[in-house]
Every structure is written in C-alpha cells, then in structure tokens.
Ligand binder design. Structure first.
Ligand code: SF4
Ligand code: SF4
Ligand code: SF4
Length: 256
C-alpha cells in the first residue's frame, strides 16, 4: 500500500509522532512510503492510496499543495488539531483579528514572499475521509489507523468524550471535586485522560467530541462550577476556533 505523509503550516509535531512510533516495524512492511516531508525533502507528490496531512491551510501555497495531494490520493486523513480544526494558530479567527492586523503586530512593515491568511482546517478546501485527532495524536491511535488501512479496512473515529476514559481509569473528577475547568466532557477521547492523571484539567487539545448525545451531567455542571458560557467557548476555541458546531455545542450545554 502506498502512503504519503505531508505537512502544511504546522509545528511538525504530528509528523514527529508518526516518525517515532515504536511498533512501526510491526506494520511497516505493508507500506511503501512515497513521501514523508519531515524525513526527506526529496519526495514529490505522487499517487498514493492514503495521504496523511498535518497542519492548517495558512498560505496560498498550502492550499495549492493540499489540492494536489487530494487529487493524488484515494484516501485523505487529516492528522491533528491543526488539520482537523485549524489548530492553535487559527485562534485569531475567534478573537475577530484579521490577518493584516496580526501580521503587522508581529512583523511590523516587513514583507514576506508568501500570501498568508488566518489558518483554516483541511475540510474547508477538500474532502477529508478520516480524522486522526490529537495535538499530537497518540501512538496507539496512529498504529490503529495504519493497521486498519494495512488490512484493507478503515478506522472508526471515536464519538465519546475524554470523561469516558477518565472514569474508566478511576481518576477522581477534578471538575466536580475541585471545580477545576476541565474540558473532558466536550473533548474527544483517545488520550486516556492523560492530563487528568496528573491532576491537570483537560484543555481540549484533541478537539470537540462530534456526537452531542454524549453530553452528560458533567458538561452541564460547568455553570455550577463557575464556568460561564463565554469562558467555556474561549477555552474550546484555543484548539478548535474553526469548528462549525462550537456554538451549537455550547448552547446545548447551557440549555439555550
Ligand atoms: S496538531 Fe499539534 S502537534 Fe500536530 S502540527 Fe498542530 S500543533 Fe503541532
Ligand atoms: S470532567 Fe475531567 S476530571 Fe471529570 S471525569 Fe471528565 S475528564 Fe475526568
Ligand atoms: S486530557 Fe485533554 S488536554 Fe490532555 S491530552 Fe487529553 S485531550 Fe489533550
């Protein structure tokens, strides 16, 4: 099976996670890696069965490359919060700050030889077949996606929140017991509640959970714990400001 691993504007953390999967040898013989931008700049875009794309569309060049990848891939997988939701770099969108203003604040009157824009997720431009969430994705999930493609199957995306894994791990609930601003109830599972294990509230790095039916009393207790609507929205927007269902999700929690 031919695969390609590609990075648009990003920190390259997702590609790094793919490059250091410890059990990669278990599945690697199934794959012919046609390009992997982090490891080799020599690869050019060619037809692959599955293209993994990290990063957000933040320049005209990103958009051009993404369209070329899509034209040459049977299946396209968006990897990580940048590719799925625009990522941290798209936060300016929710703050209502335009690209020109942001550019001037950081670079003053300097000129750049690319045309930038506020970051957008891949599905604003092309069809995305699967999403591999995380910032970056977990090794187990990367293995799961690779293994399912290797056997000619397809991955199932999780539709339940971090709370499910947190409760299963037997962690005390720091939202209920300590009033910590934990976004576990509205964040898609898969990290095994990593931060909560260390007593740190979830900040939603994996992005919003897709199936609203999983909202439960934990999410609805945000208000009782002093987290108002704007506060929750602002925190969710750190990683997912471009998520179109964000307002609907927050309204549902607050019963509006
Ligand atoms: S999702 Fe996170 S780790 Fe992956 S490229 Fe974006 S910022 Fe980096
Ligand atoms: S709200 Fe946070 S601490 Fe409580 S169960 Fe959910 S993930 Fe765990
Ligand atoms: S607990 Fe939340 S912030 Fe921490 S890794 Fe999981 S999704 Fe990300």
């Amino acid at each position: 099976m031919k695969i390609g691993i590609h990075g648009l504007t990003s920190c390259y953390g997702c590609q790094l996670s793919m490059a250091v999967v410890k059990r990669i040898l278990d599945v690697s013989e199934k794959f012919d890696i046609k390009y992997f931008y982090m490891l080799s700049s020599a690869g050019k875009i060619e037809h692959v069965d599955v293209a993994f794309v990290e990063g957000s569309v933040s320049t005209d060049e990103d958009e051009k490359e993404l369209r070329m990848i899509r034209e040459n891939a049977d299946v396209l997988v968006a990897i990580g919060s940048c590719a799925i939701h625009g990522g941290v770099q798209s936060i300016l969108f929710s703050e209502g700050i335009g690209y020109e203003e942001a550019f001037k604040t950081v670079y003053g009157d300097k000129k750049m030889d690319y045309n930038g824009r506020i970051a957008q997720p891949l599905d604003k431009f092309v069809k995305v077949d699967y999403r591999l969430p995380g910032c970056p994705p977990e090794e187990e999930e990367i293995m799961y996606y690779l293994a399912t493609f290797a056997i000619g199957s397809w991955p199932e995306e999780k539709d339940y929140p971090v709370c499910a894994e947190c409760r299963r791990a037997g962690n005390p609930c720091i939202l209920i017991e300590k009033g910590e601003p934990c976004l576990g109830p509205v964040t898609v599972a898969g990290c095994d509640a990593r931060c909560i294990k260390y007593g740190i509230p979830c900040i939603g790095c994996r992005g919003p959970v897709s199936d609203v039916s999983w909202f439960d009393s934990l999410a609805m207790s945000f208000r009782d714990r002093g987290m108002d609507k704007e506060y929750v929205k602002k925190r969710m927007a750190i990683f997912a400001s471009r998520y179109e269902g964000l307002n609907e999700m927050i309204d549902k929690i607050y019963g509006d």
